[in-house]
Design a protein around this ligand. Structure first.
Ligand code: ADP
Ligand code: ASP
Ligand code: MG
Length: 818
């Protein structure tokens, strides 16, 4: 015996019904079959709406005629196959159902009341109509279905809209059908009866349950749930487009997934099948060639700890709290007794170990009644102040991860919760079943879809999306875009999808959530909006809350540096080549790190000192591992290193500055380099890594230009005057050469303080060899002593700086990289 259940879309039209009959005919060749049918999709909603409207005294004619028209339309389309002799009885049957509906709605309208039993009867009309048509179509194909009235076999008790089947009674009633009964049976799903003529509903989506009950009562060998998707997916495919069908799941996994909202199965479907060991298969009636999902007791243990995710909407969290609850036996019993008495089903429970509060979830529609019931049950405690408040938080949903393989596996929950943190999703409550088969987080319903997609990506994703929002497209920013474009295909092959989602310069801004094509970004930026870019970036991040959004600052703007905290609050990680934030006021430096840690955002700035040379990271690692840095010295300006190198070869200083400018080795105004401010910032950044709280004014600064030289005024005037210093400078260099020394512009951090300035160094000194745009740093520490650690290499230029920025971006990627 095989029970085949067809859902609403699977019986949703003439074409679909033909396919159903094909599937049934094929199965019938091999075994006895019971077909359980849902209502045509949309019809149950229509009936429930009609009942509500009638109850409110509204007009139901349109809804009623729609019920008639939908079915009449299908019959008309099937007329050719049915033939007049079969079409007429179907039409008569449908007319009888239509008049039953009219009568019921009239009654409801008159009484302005729709009792649960009336609603149970009325909402089941769709299933009966579908079976009428399906039965006739089967007969036209030579099949002889025996029509089964569920009210006579699915015997239930309790809530007429959520009835509880009485399994022993059902088995008795099914006995004649089971043993030597008809070869093909057809039964409407969704409802049963009380055995005395009353209709009771199994609850919305209950046709799956009808079929499972029938399968159990008939000792079927297989239960097929035919629906409109290729089986049970790793997550709701409407919410997670990357979700995939699961070939196999265990009974327990299917139960958890369905209980926590996987609509593909009614939550109660699996229990009867599991009890009798009947395998269930979930198949796509539109693609019968797809094997679908098999639910069995012996499902192979998953290679992955998590089998799937589910999402349950319309949840409220009730919290009862108070110091007077601590250590009082029976509190929990009273809470849940109150729920049981009120007939409220509790979806999830958590209790803080302090015992001062108990929280649980109920359907949102029952939240008010739940609070009222608790207020009655704890009236005395509330009055005595032993219970503070009974709170209700609505608008929630439960996101669960489910899998047999989670048992005894470490780190599964960690991934779950950090994925929720990634997308800025705050968690109202957490529960883990003691079977370790599911972990649930109660979150805001509005956060659900993106949380679901991101959590799914973290467990099953083959690609990790990284969203870049770039400010500044000058030489470094422009080069960064070039490098991103060049590396993107290689990174994609390693599962990293690096997308530039926004670009801004000082005038324009373009945003594209799916990523901008980097061909022709300049034109797109010029045509882009001209609003305040930082505000646009923040709004975008807040609205979209993507998984790994990174703000990249390739400007030298102080205002942008001041915006980092607000960008982090909006959910962005920050990677910066701009030194202004780290060399600004110490208070800001501190606050920035506090904000980053509060919002769990990363702040990376390796290129602040020595471009892409591994300076900051190395220093942090020395300190983290317990080394004590005694002294840092270095040549920290590629431009000054280049200029002094030329001067040493006999080039006049003014000329060397000109050449450096031509090669874009200097800041736009070379005085920023020559005065030493740029180096002072770097020294300050290093000092702060060591825990010092110095400010920029505290860095002793000795300009490369003589103090009696007037360096003020417009740039062109300054450059025109600059040759005045050439001769004096050359004399100084020559004199030092005679002593076996060279002049270097050195920044240092010592216990005495921070300083930058010209320093004569002997030729044997490691810094003497550093020129031509190189940087070099020496770290004298307790461990690196007396020989310091030296880092040396190109420390200037767009190519290396951009590569350092890109490396920081890739530090935020979690998966393995090339
Ligand atoms: P039927 O009318 O056949 O009973 P339903 O609409 O009740 O169909 O259930 C099937 C739908 O369930 C699918 O179309 C899909 O949108 C939704 N769904 C939610 N979660 C899942 C999941 N984990 N796997 C498959 N489908 C799911
Ligand atoms: N037709 C009913 C509903 O829409 C039952 C079902 O489809 O399973 O709830
Ligand atoms: Mg369903």
């Amino acid at each position: 015996m095989r029970v085949m259940k067809f859902g609403g879309t699977s019986v949703g039209g003439a074409e679909q019904l033909r396919r159903v009959v094909d599937l049934v005919a094929a199965a019938r060749k091999e075994t006895r079959v019971m077909v359980v049918a849902s209502a045509v999709s949309g019809i149950t909603n229509l009936l429930v709406d009609a009942a509500r409207v009638a109850c409110e005294g509204g007009a139901v004619d349109a809804l009623r005629s729609r019920f008639e028209d939908v079915h009449a339309g299908i019959v008309r389309e099937l007329a050719g196959e049915l033939g007049a002799s079969r079409q007429r009885p179907v039409e008569e049957g449908l007319a009888a159902l239509a008049s039953e509906l009219r009568g019921l709605l009239q009654g409801v309208g008159l009484l302005r009341e729709c009792s649960p039993s009336v609603l149970a009867l009325l909402s089941g009309l769709g299933e009966r109509a579908a079976c009428l048509i399906l039965g006739a179509l089967m007969r036209s194909r030579g099949l002889e279905p025996h029509l089964v009235d569920p009210r006579e076999v699915i015997i239930c008790a309790g809530d007429p809209l959520q009835a509880t089947p009485l399994m022993d009674e059902c088995r008795k009633r099914f006995a004649p059908l089971r043993d030597g009964g008809p070869g093909l049976m057809l039964m409407p799903g969704f409802f049963g009866g009380d055995g005395r003529g009353k209709t009771l509903s199994l609850g919305r989506g209950g046709s799956d349950y009808s079929a499972a009950l029938a399968a159990a009562a008939l000792d079927a060998a297989l239960l097929d749930i035919w629906t409109d998707v290729d089986g049970i997916f790793s997550a709701d495919p409407r919410l997670v487009p990357e979700a995939f069908p699961l070939p196999e799941v265990s009974f327990e996994e299917a139960m958890e997934l369905a209980y926590f909202g996987a609509k593909v199965l009614h939550p109660k479907t699996i229990a009867p099948a599991r009890e009798r060991g009947i395998p269930v298969s979930v198949r796509n009636s539109f693609r019968p060639e797809h094997p679908g999902t098999r639910v069995t007791a012996t499902a192979a243990p998953p290679e992955h700890p998590v089998r799937g995710l589910s999402f349950l909407r319309d949840i409220a969290l009730i919290n009862i709290a108070g110091a007077g609850l601590k250590g009082v036996p029976g509190t929990a019993a009273r809470v849940f007794e109150a729920m049981a008495h009120t007939g409220i089903s509790v979806v999830l429970i958590t209790q803080g170990s302090s015992e001062c509060s108990i929280s649980f979830c109920v359907q949102q529609a029952e939240a008010e009644r739940a609070v009222a019931a608790l207020e009655v049950a704890f009236e005395v405690e509330l009055e005595a102040g032993k219970v503070d408040t009974i709170e209700r938080q609505a608008g929630l949903a439960i996101l669960s991860i489910v899998g047999d393989g989670m048992r005894h596996r470490v780190g599964v929950a960690g991934t779950f919760f950090s994925a929720l943190a990634d997308v800025g999703c705050s968690i109202a409550a957490i529960a883990q079943g003691s079977s370790e088969r599911s972990i649930s987080a109660v979150i805001s319903e509005a956060d659900g879809p993106r949380a679901m997609a991101h959590v799914h990506g973290q467990y099953f994703g083959t690609t990790e999306v990284v969203e870049l929002l770039l400010a500044g497209v000058g030489s470094v920013g422009g080069e960064l875009l070039r490098q991103v474009q060049q590396q993107a295909p290689k990174l994609r092959a390693h599962g990293v999808d690096l997308r530039v989602c926004a670009i801004a310069n000082s005038r324009h801004c373009v945003v594209a959530s799916e990523g901008l094509s980097l061909d022709g970004w300049k034109e797109r930026l010029d045509a882009g909006g001209d609003g305040p870019a930082m505000e646009t970036f923040r709004d975008w991040a807040r609205a979209k809350r993507p998984g790994r959004p990174i703000f990249v600052d390739c400007t030298s703007s102080e205002n942008i540096a001041l915006a980092y905290p607000s960008l982090m609050e909006a959910g962005l990680h920050v990677v910066t080549a701009n030194k202004k934030a780290n060399a600004g006021r110490w208070n800001h430096w501190r606050a920035l790190r506090e904000t980053a840690s509060r919002h769990q955002r990363r702040f990376l700035y390796e290129t602040n000192v020595g471009a892409a040379l591994p300076v900051i990271d190395t220093l942090k690692n020395m300190l983290r591992t317990g080394d004590r840095v005694l002294r840092i010295e270095g040549i920290l300006s590629g431009s000054l290193s280049f200029i002094l190198g030329l001067v040493e070869e006999g080039v006049p200083l003014s000329k060397a500055v000109g050449t450096a400018m031509e090669r874009r080795f200097t800041e736009p105004d070379p005085r920023d380099d020559l005065h030493g401010t740029d180096v002072a910032r770097k020294v300050l950044i290093l000092a702060r890594e060591l825990g010092r709280t110095d400010e920029l004014e505290g860095v002793a600064l000795d300009s490369l230009l003589p103090s009696d030289f007037d360096a003020t005024g417009p740039l062109d005037d300054f450059l025109a005057r600059l040759p005045q210093v050439d001769a004096g400078f050359q004399r100084r260099v020559d004199a030092l050469r005679a002593e076996g020394k060279v002049l270097r512009y050195v920044g240092s951090v010592t216990p005495e303080g921070c300083s930058v300035g010209l320093m004569p160094v002997p030729l044997a000194h490691p810094l003497a060899a550093v020129k031509g745009g190189e940087n070099a740093l020496s770290f004298l520490s307790e461990r690196y002593s007396p020989t310091p650690m030296v880092i040396r290499g190109y420390g200037a230029g767009a190519a290396v700086t951009a590569s350092g920025v890109l490396a920081d971006v890739l530090r935020l990627v979690e998966g393995p990289l090339p």
